[in-house]
Write a protein that binds this ligand. Structure first.
Ligand SMILES: Cc1ncc(COP(=O)(O)O)c(C=O)c1O
Length: 402
């Protein structure tokens, strides 16, 4: 296949983001800007639906199946294990309300997780009489062994599910998913992973033993908001009992819309596993955008993207430490993601620093008391000295020195 320059992704090259303003976009852990190929894919869908309504649907339905295959390949799953959903939270809700709970079942959660992976479990706990067991993430920050030992103690009491993010949104800690999954299975528990802070930039592979995984597409996957996917391992499909289902969840759900004879019925069984959770028509525009973005990510490969960003963050972290910031980046490389979070110097107000950087063309985030930098493949390494110079200007302005 011939790829023109406008659809080739190159590490450290912003060419595919011609509308991106400012010197450095470091907020991929919040929302990614849209590349030209992604924006063009959205325009293509819009044109097709504008021209032909149903004809647009007919053209894009098979292309969405390719997106399903691409998503499956990204995490080493089978396409039948993937359901299209609206966002990460929907996937958490689907599983929290889809497991065949028994009163008193325990769910392990981690204190400090993004609320998307907490609220649905709290709701399910109220509804089904579950016990939530909170573990601290601090132990994992101290050492993987200490974190896993905490987890094992909890599992030993009897746990049904452990819910965890692949990468912690606040500190960027990359959780040791393979080790956690192995422990869960040793004690008869399952593991649910919120993967939105990892996918696209930090490798995740469901063959590590992940049972369920949910993600939206607007962060490191570099797609648009409102389109995501849920993975349900084939081995878990039979136990899932969706309490929330819709017309597309049945076997052969659209048969009554085609053919010569009336065939409408309401008692077709639900499909098994992930596909039962596709409740109604999908976000075709968002999923097509995600498909275009995955094509760009695949050209580079997630391990190469991760290494590129890691080298960028090495430089940025060193420069910020020199300026009095305190790094929350894991010391052990295996626990690092593509997020760098720092505590700001004591004489600086975090929100004011975020705003001062934004005004000067450096976009980053300030979640829960830390400043967080999240570059991606288009960020060039030679951008870092510029970011540090802008940081110096912003700090000087806040300290009243300019
Ligand atoms: C770890 C994590 N999970 C989930 C979300 C967002 O969830 P959703 O895709 O449902 O909006 C975020 C957003 O910042 C996040 O950091």
């Amino acid at each position: 296949m011939h790829l023109d320059r406008q659809s080739v992704s190159r590490l450290g090259d912003r060419l595919l983001f011609p509308d991106l303003e400012g010197s450095a976009y470091l907020a991929h852990a919040a929302i990614s800007p849209l590349s030209t190929p992604v924006a063009e894919r959205i325009a293509e869908v819009t044109r097709d639906y504008g021209r032909g309504g149903m004809a647009g649907f007919v053209r894009w339905a098979p292309r969405l199946q390719q997106v399903r295959r691409d998503l499956a390949a990204l995490i080493s799953a089978e396409p039948s294990e993937i359901a299209f959903i609206a966002n990460t939270t929907q996937g958490v809700i689907d599983i929290a309300f889809g497991l065949p709970w028994r009163k008193g079942d325990r769910v392990v959660l981690f204190d400090g997780e993004f609320p998307a992976n907490v609220t649905p479990w709290q709701q399910a706990a109220e509804e089904f009489g579950l016990e939530l067991c909170w573990l601290s993430l601090d132990a994992f920050h101290d050492s993987v062994d200490a974190g896993l030992a905490d987890l094992e103690r909890a599992l030993d009491r009897g746990v049904r599910v452990v819910a965890v993010s692949a990468v912690q949104y606040k500190t960027g800690l990359r959780m040791p998913l393979a080790e956690m999954a192995a422990l869960c299975h040793k004690y008869g528990a399952e593991i649910f992973v919120d993967a939105i802070q990892a996918l696209g930039a930090t490798p995740v592979d469901v063959s590590w033993g992940i049972d369920y995984l949910s993600s939206g597409s607007h962060k490191h996957l570099m797609g648009a908001e409102g389109a995501g996917f849920l993975y349900v391992a084939e081995r878990c499909a039979a136990t899932l009992k969706p309490r929330l289902a819709g017309w597309l969840g049945h076997e052969d759900p659209a048969a009554f819309l085609m053919g010569d004879e009336p065939r409408l019925r309401y008692d077709n069984p639900l499909q098994r596993g992930a596909q039962a959770l596709e409740i109604g028509t999908s976000n075709v525009i968002g999923l097509a955008a995600l498909g275009a973005s995955i094509e760009l990510l695949r050209q580079l490969g997630v391990p190469a993207i991760h290494a590129h960003i890691d080298a960028y963050l090495d430089q940025l972290e060193a420069g910020l430490v020199e300026r009095g910031f305190i790094s929350h980046r894991a010391k052990v490389p295996a626990l690092r993601s593509t997020l760098l979070s720092m505590a700001v110097p004591h004489d600086v107000r975090l929100s004011k620093l975020g705003a001062a950087l934004r005004e000067r063309g450096v976009v980053c985030n300030t979640p829960d008391g830390l400043i967080r930098f999240a570059p991606h493949w288009p960020n060039a390494h030679d951008e870092v000295p510029k970011v540090l110079a802008i940081m110096d200007e912003a700090l000087a302005a806040l300290r009243g020195r300019v």
